[in-house]
Design a protein around this ligand. Structure first.
Ligand SMILES: O=P(O)(O)OC[C@H]1O[C@@H](O)[C@H](O)[C@@H](O)[C@@H]1O
Length: 317
């Protein structure tokens, strides 16, 4: 009996350490580093970042928020945009990269906007180099007393990032509790563009969207999306691939998705940009968010022990 009790105690303590204690740089490098391919370094404020360099691509992934901060396929300009005014601090969301919005997308009275996992430290669970030269990282986070105070559910969440000529991000939600829960989520990807005024987004023609700039008015998209003012739209009931036509940058960025029925398109433009402390003046000209989501009315309900995967696959042509 005492032996069993000790075993159980050991299991619980070990599991808690695996899932909840911060991982030191030394541990990260010895357990998850990949020779000449992936190592961990502390960026500002001591937040560990996986730095990946292969013949196929370069990428940075922070443990803070499981935040993809950079991805640049070989022979291309950087694809992912991060503000020069971004803050890298515990409890803060990074302006740019790919914030993971979960278990809710958008604002919630008295609660953090876009959920609580983008401002927390995740755990590295696995890294590997595939036979085809792609690097795969698996990061995870699960519920604890502080998450249950914000959202009273048991969960396990993983982000699986595959870095190669294509960037694939799969956000896997597991309901580890005994009750169903409902969530909205997003891979809130910030793309770099050479000139927003010459950029369009194809793939949403004919879709219904909720226009946040017009107090969520329901509108219908005519033709491609173009940009000449603040744009903040939740396109609903769409699983379509989007293509960002960055004409001035002479490239097209493809955003394909699975497990997602909404797409958010956001650019704050010049006036709203002024109210965003972690964006530098004029930066709206060089960025665009095309977000792979389940948002607004497109909610996911997961039964006890259920799993849902939201995937975004990004490539450049
Ligand atoms: O400033 P945050 O919380 O990162 O959000 C940025 C933007 O994120 C977008 O997804 C929302 O549609 C916008 O309304 C919001 O302003």
């Amino acid at each position: 009996m005492i032996y069993l009790h000790k075993q159980l105690h050991f299991f619980i303590a070990n599991n808690f350490i695996t899932n909840h204690m911060p991982q030191s740089l030394e541990t990260l490098n010895s357990r998850f580093g990949l020779t000449n391919t992936l190592f961990f370094a502390n960026h500002a404020a001591g937040l560990p970042v996986a730095e990946i360099q292969t013949p196929l691509a370069r990428a940075h992934v922070a443990l803070h928020g499981a935040h993809v901060l950079a991805w640049q396929p070989a022979g291309q300009q950087p694809v992912i945009w991060v503000s020069q005014a971004a803050r890298y601090e515990p409890g803060q969301a990074v302006r740019g990269g790919v914030p993971v919005c979960w278990p809710w997308f958008g604002a919630r009275d008295g609660l953090p906007a876009h959920g609580f996992v983008r401002t927390r430290l995740w755990h590295m669970r696995e890294t590997s180099l595939d036979a085809d030269g792609q690097v795969r990282l698996r990061l995870g986070i699960s519920d604890d007393a502080s998450t249950r105070a914000l959202w009273n559910h048991a969960f396990d969440l993983e982000l699986i990032v595959t870095v190669g000529q294509t960037l694939t991000m799969a956000l896997v939600t597991r309901n580890t509790g005994t009750q169903a829960f409902t969530l909205t989520d997003a891979l809130h990807t910030y793309f770099g563009v050479a000139d927003i005024a010459q950029t369009t987004v194809r793939g949403l023609e004919g879709c219904t969207y909720l226009d946040k700039v017009q107090n969520f008015a329901e509108c219908s998209q005519t033709g491609v999306v173009s940009f000449s003012a603040e744009t903040d739209r939740v396109y609903v009931n769409t699983s379509a691939e989007c293509v960002i036509d960055d004409r001035a940058g002479q490239r097209q960025i493809h955003v394909a998705k699975q497990g997602s029925t909404s797409t958010v398109v956001w650019n704050p433009w010049s006036e709203r940009e002024k109210s965003i402390a972690d964006m530098a003046a004029g930066e709206h000209r060089r960025m665009l968010c095309v977000e792979t989501c389940n948002a607004g009315p497109d909610k996911i309900t997961l039964a006890a022990q259920g799993i849902h995967t939201l995937t975004a696959r990004i490539s450049v042509a």
